[in-house]
Design a protein around this ligand. Sequence first.
Ligand SMILES: [Zn+2]
Length: 281
Amino acid sequence: MHYIDTHAHLNLSAFDVDGAAVIARCAAEAVKVINIGTKVSTSEQAVALAAEHPHLFAIVGLHPIQTVPGTHDEDEIGEGGRPFTSRGEVFAYEVYKNLATQPKVVGIGECGFDYWHCPKETYEIQETAFLEQIKLANELQLPLMIHTRGPKPGETSPTGRSVYTDVYELLHRYATVPFNVHFYAGTLAEAQQFFAIGGTISFTGVVTFARQYEDIIKAVPLDKIHAETDCPYVAPIPYRGQRCEPWMVKEVYAKIAQIRGVSVEMVQEQLMHNAQMLYRL
Ligand SMILES: [Zn+2]
């Protein structure tokens, strides 16, 4: 029985040196991986990796952070381990369309809104890139991978609303395809709104050490969720402090099973099925 990490970034520079060894470890652990593009170059990289390895798949698109020049976050791992700085990319529709029609590309994104890293005045730039990606997903009938990050504590969002409400409204109005809200940290009510319009949500290794996810993991239908690592970020327990790798997604499956009081095999079977349904693997 296989596992799948539905949101990984083996296409980022954190894996430049030893990516091949990491990919081999995933195969040895029977872990399939969907690598998510964040801009043109990393989308190309995800497509190339998928072409080369049977257990890898790709999603191509433009991350909201990458739409804004100079967005800077010392917590993120950039080129050669230096802090990550975006150059600001406009969504090149035809370039992404060409990438999206390559073999083993299973979705569009990650796209959405990031109110944590991007200043308020960039809302419209982010919205434009998001709408373009919804349009491309509709045209190709591929699911969307949604990124959402609310504002820093004490700050307000550009719209004065929750980031989940903002993505919901655009998806509800414009998207004709299913989607997944990755790294979910919203409320149960917000999750149910997404489920009602063809959405799913995914959880990372954070659920292994942050208790605030327990209630929602208990309450949501098991056929509406996915497990992911978002590697190289947020390694689960017992790997905290290490670079995260996709095979560590097993810890997310185990935690979901523990919280719900069911067997890991049952979670594994259902989540594999969920991923196969959404991404048509
Ligand atoms: Zn990501």
